[in-house]
Write a protein that binds this ligand. Structure first.
Ligand code: SAH
Length: 213
């Protein structure tokens, strides 16, 4: 897989588009410049990799819109060195953006095919997230607590394990809703029992798959 001048030029255009749509964090825009999105797409879609679109990545799943990735990342208020748990590795693109921003990333994928595929792509990029094949509803109790948790599939409810595995002062970003449309929520953990919830409008994600029995 090559990263040509053409790809780099298209990335700059995408970054301008993200800026126009309201992504103002320059660190995030820089990360989009560093991570070649076309590596995460099947060859058939390579030419369109830098348009603001979602694409099929196999197993009936999609890589999120670049704007959605940037928007969710911005909601996390990420600082270098923070521990982040991602639910839904999918293509691995969002995972790499988080790594590029200096986070220590743990990411869980429920579908084996995608877990294997994203592993192979991420290895080539010299970023070092910890990738797990497992059930996002359970989080990663062994690696908890986390500064930030990011859910990248539509969750029918807030999994209790995730709020439990968040540090006090930590942030959970989650698209919440059982149908085709979810509301983007940012939940800040104030204390073990108190949470602040902010809403950031409607988005459309593939559904968070059922828990393992
Ligand atoms: N961050 C990804 C988004 C992929 S779509 C990207 O940028 O490519 C959401 C992903 O969540 C899919 O790969 C899907 O298989 C996964 N997923 C769905 N339910 C899950 C669950 N319960 N636990 C972990 N991953 C899940």
């Amino acid at each position: 897989m090559q990263d040509t001048y053409k790809h780099k030029g298209l990335r700059k255009q995408l970054i301008d588009e993200l800026r126009q749509k309201g992504i103002s964090d320059e660190n995030i825009l820089d990360a989009f410049n560093e991570v070649p999105r076309h590596y995460f797409l099947d060859l058939a879609f390579e030419q369109q990799a830098y348009s603001n679109q979602a694409f099929q990545i196999g197993a009936g799943q999609t890589i999120s819109h670049p704007y959605t990735v940037a928007f969710q990342t911005q909601l996390l208020n990420l600082k270098r060195g923070e521990k982040v748990l991602e639910i839904g590795t999918g293509s691995g693109f969002q995972t790499c953006i988080l790594c590029q921003l200096g986070a220590k990333v743990y990411s869980i994928e429920r579908q084996r095919e995608l877990f294997i595929k994203s592993n192979a792509i991420i290895k080539k990029l010299k970023l070092n997230p910890e990738l797990f094949y497992g059930d996002g509803y359970k989080g990663r109790p062994f690696n908890a607590p986390f500064d930030k948790i990011l859910v990248t599939c539509g969750a029918p409810f807030i999994p209790q394990a995730l709020t439990e595995q968040l540090k006090i002062g930590g942030i959970l970003v989650i698209p919440l809703g059982a149908g085709n449309v979810q509301e983007m929520q940012r939940i800040t953990k104030i204390s073990e029992t108190e949470f602040k919830t902010e809403n950031f409008g409607d988005f459309s994600f593939v559904p968070m798959l059922e828990r393992t029995k």
